[in-house]
Design a binder for this molecule. Structure first.
Ligand code: BG6
Length: 483
């Protein structure tokens, strides 16, 4: 068995990491526009996103430049989208995962009418994709909620934000439904706990008694309900639409066969799956409810919330996969580096320059596990490695490390498909260099296409094809047969 004939090969980007043009055509500020450049972020600091304070945001708003806030400039995809889509088409892309910047459509999130210029921008982008028969996979919320909603409601902590989001979603379905069939609600919904501000606009000093934990669970509940209501609207407005949920797949191994290690990894995996459980099974798992109760966490729910969750479940499960993690009961063990997740170092795995441990077999394990658990189609919507690239004197860029990474992961995907996993698509992160979500670096490059811009924003923005560009093109051409 091989990849299905209509397999969705492509790439994934998010508005806030590529578009730039943060203050044009009526766009409002989003939480991404106040994310500063932090090249020296380490594992412990990643949780530093929890430390975003009102003061830091005020300072960022007062600074109108893009100097310390690279997501404000992105790679100027806002103006380059036609050129970039042409390059994606040249690689043979069947699909492109994008997100819609909420603040281009509703600058504060609370307007009664959408911003026409924002709608027009995305309409022309969708038309461009259609020109090349590239299927859009559209994420409604990818770490870019309106800053106004964060400041006024402490982000997703207040229920009011559900209405704002569903209203935004409805406008997207009505405006772009003729062009887009595949939708996703929240990017890495589980990440609210890891970085409450960028995912859910939560500012710690605005939480009652600084109680971040309760705020996180409340925000998650509101996002689950909002996702279910958006799913309902999507089905009502767009015929044959497919609405997916999206998880950071954090497959966790026990460091040894010590039952204590096994138990820790079991709990980590259960905690990771909770978010897909709610959106696919349409209810909170019993063990999770008990966990909340035992920790004294009370989530405010409305009477029909459970019904809303039950009736509007996801059609497919999408996920990002970058690395696996390893848990150990031995607290003296060396911690693994990596921006998104913590754990201990796995001695069997190599790492990227940023310390993310490379584990292609972990992708196969994840696919098997997820398909066995949920039994609905799966889509890998992010997978890739950040690396520093060098331009040779003749303008070529040799990136064998990236080719190897993808080769190894796609080979494992194939083995999972051979076992019977229903995998419908794969969009690499990211097909073109863009601003890193965690560090706001440009030098942490993921693309098949190089963008001439450095961390300070210097450069011509010229696009160059790396060796991996030609390699991926052939992978798509042969439907994954030649790697
Ligand atoms: C994922 C995000 O968690 O990781 C992407 O959905 C992000 O937006 C990707 O870019 C890689 O992380 P980073 O920090 O290297 O950009």
């Amino acid at each position: 068995m091989s990849f299905r004939k209509d397999f969705l090969w492509g790439g994934a980007i998010s508005a806030n990491q590529v578009e730039g043009a943060f203050d044009v055509c009526g766009k409002g500020m989003s939480v991404a526009d106040v994310a500063s450049y932090k090249p020296n972020l380490n594992v412990e600091d990643y949780a530093g996103h929890n430390k975003v304070t009102s003061k830091m945001i005020e300072d960022a708003i007062a600074d109108k430049t893009t100097k310390f806030y690279p997501k404000r400039r992105g790679i100027d995809f806002y103006h380059y989208y036609k050129d970039d889509i042409k390059l994606f088409a040249e690689m043979g892309f069947k699909a492109l995962r994008i997100s819609i910047a909420w603040t281009r459509i509703f600058p504060t999130g609370e307007e009664s009418e959408p911003n026409k210029l924002g709608v027009d921008y995305y309409l022309s982008l969708f038309k461009e994709l259609k020109k090349y028969n590239i299927e859009p996979i559209v994420t409604l919320s990818h770490y870019e909620m309106p800053l106004h909603l964060s400041l006024k409601y402490n982000g997703w902590v207040e229920r009011k934000v559900i209405d704002c989001f569903v209203n935004f979603a409805k406008v997207c379905f009505e405006s772009f439904g003729d062009y887009a069939k595949y939708w996703l609600t929240f990017n890495e919904i589980d990440s609210v706990g890891r970085h409450p501000f960028i995912t859910a606009g939560i500012i710690k000093d605005r939480c009652p008694e600084g109680n971040l934990d309760e705020a996180v669970y409340q925000a998650l509940h509101h996002q689950y309900v909002a996702a279910a209501l958006a799913t309902k609207e999507c089905r009502r407005i767009i015929k044959d639409s497919k609405m997916g949920c999206m998880l950071t797949k954090l497959t966790t191994y026990p460091n040894t066969c010590n039952p204590e290690d096994v138990l820790l990894s079991l709990n980590s995996n259960l905690n990771n799956h909770v978010h897909a459980d709610v959106q696919i099974f349409g209810e909170y798992p019993g063990l999770y409810k008990t966990l909340l109760k035992n920790n004294g966490i009370i989530i405010k729910m409305e009477e029909n919330d459970e019904e809303i969750l039950k009736e509007n479940t996801a059609d497919y499960l999408s996920f990002s996969y970058y690395m696996s993690r390893t848990e150990s009961a031995d607290t003296t063990k060396e911690k693994a580096s990596g921006n998104t997740i913590m754990g201990v170092k796995n001695p069997y795995l190599p790492s990227t320059e940023w310390g993310w441990q490379i584990d292609p077999v972990g992708l196969r394990i994840s696919l098997i596990e997820l398909y066995d658990r949920y039994r609905i189609p799966l889509m890998i919507v992010e997978n890739g490695m950040g690396a520093k690239d060098v331009i040779e004197a003749d303008g070529t860029i040799h990136d064998p490390y990236r080719i190897q990474y993808f080769k190894d992961h796609i080979r494992e995907m194939k083995k999972a498909v051979e076992m019977g996993v229903d995998l419908i698509g794969y969009t690499s992160w990211a097909p073109i260099d863009c601003i890193s979500v965690s560090t706001s670096q440009m030098s942490k490059r993921y693309g098949f296409i190089y963008v001439d811009q450095d961390d300070e924003g210097n450069g011509t923005l010229k696009r160059l094809k790396k060796d991996s560009f030609f390699w991926y093109k052939n992978v798509i051409k042969t439907n994954g047969e030649i790697l």
